[in-house]
Design a protein around this ligand. Structure first.
Ligand code: FPP
Length: 256
């Protein structure tokens, strides 16, 4: 099944992953795809070229994540704050998402990838929303990798949304206030059913979380690089996973 992707000129052999421990691959990796604008600026190009190059960079990273055995890859594609950008840039991004769904779903599907979206997708244009629903439906049974794309996503908005759902359930009498647990809250997030975040990768040099996966990142390991997202390659993902495997994750406890 993977032959289709392996067959490309950017073919990567299994031995490239040789130093990684297959038993300790992070289950859930998230990436803040930052630095598209700076990548373009450096080349004297409009910012939109950076976003196009960023969409291209994503292809190899999805493929590598699946090959590594990562269970969930969440990518931050558009935040609830990104609407503040110029209309031309917002339009370009929306068109990029739409093109991605038009052009990539078949290949993602044939490679066993389940596509999910996290965010207020109901606020997106009807045409894009329909493509999102279709992509989620078509790939729903796939189990190799979940590609979770965060669009119109904000961590605080997500928690607020969950609280509203829970409050409504309590008001309706279907849930008791004393039964609201961390598990119940997790089940009402956009990421319901996905494991907590293990590894958060942020390219482009900024050292902050930017309202991304606030609840899910409680015990995530962070990995930063100065490389701009369009230049992010499989070897960077592999380096981040290798670093992750060297971390001592204690979850508030003591080293075993
Ligand atoms: C942040 O870089 C990036 C974004 C707001 C958009 C991310 C979107 C993509 C990579 C497009 C592809 C995604 C999919 C799902 C097809 P920035 O513009 O803030 O960069 P800067 O900080 O250098 O200005």
């Amino acid at each position: 099944m993977w032959k289709k992707w392996f067959g490309r000129s950017d073919q990567r052999s299994e031995s490239s992953y040789g130093d990684l421990d297959p038993a300790r691959v992070p289950r859930h990796v998230a990436i803040i795809m930052d630095g598209n604008g700076r990548w373009a600026q450096k080349r004297g190009l409009p910012r939109t070229f950076g976003h196009r190059a960023g969409a291209e960079a994503l292809r190899a990273i999805v493929r590598t994540a699946a090959e590594l055995g990562i269970g969930v890859l969440t990518t931050y594609a558009f935040s609830t704050e990104n609407w503040k950008r110029p209309a031309e840039e917002v339009d370009l991004l929306m068109n990029l998402f739409s093109d991605y769904l038009d052009n990539e779903i078949e290949e993602l599907n044939s490679n066993g990838i389940r596509v999910r979206f996290s965010g207020k997708t109901e606020e997106l244009a009807a045409g894009l929303k329909a493509k999102i629903d279709r992509a989620e439906g078509v790939t729903a049974a796939n189990e190799r990798l979940v590609l979770n794309i965060a669009v119109n996503y904000g961590g605080r908005a997500e928690i607020t949304h969950a609280v509203r759902l829970i409050a409504a359930a309590v008001a309706a009498g279907s849930l008791k206030a004393e039964d609201v647990s961390e598990e119940v809250i997790s089940r009402h997030l956009y990421t319901a059913g996905l494991p907590d975040l293990d590894l958060l990768i942020r390219p482009a040099g900024d050292l902050r979380i930017s309202n991304f996966l606030l609840w899910q990142a409680a015990y995530a390991e962070f990995w930063f690089t100065d490389i701009n997202w369009p230049d992010f390659r499989p070897e960077h993902l592999i380096a981040a996973v290798a670093d992750f495997q060297r971390r001592d994750r204690r979850f508030g406890g003591l080293t075993k």
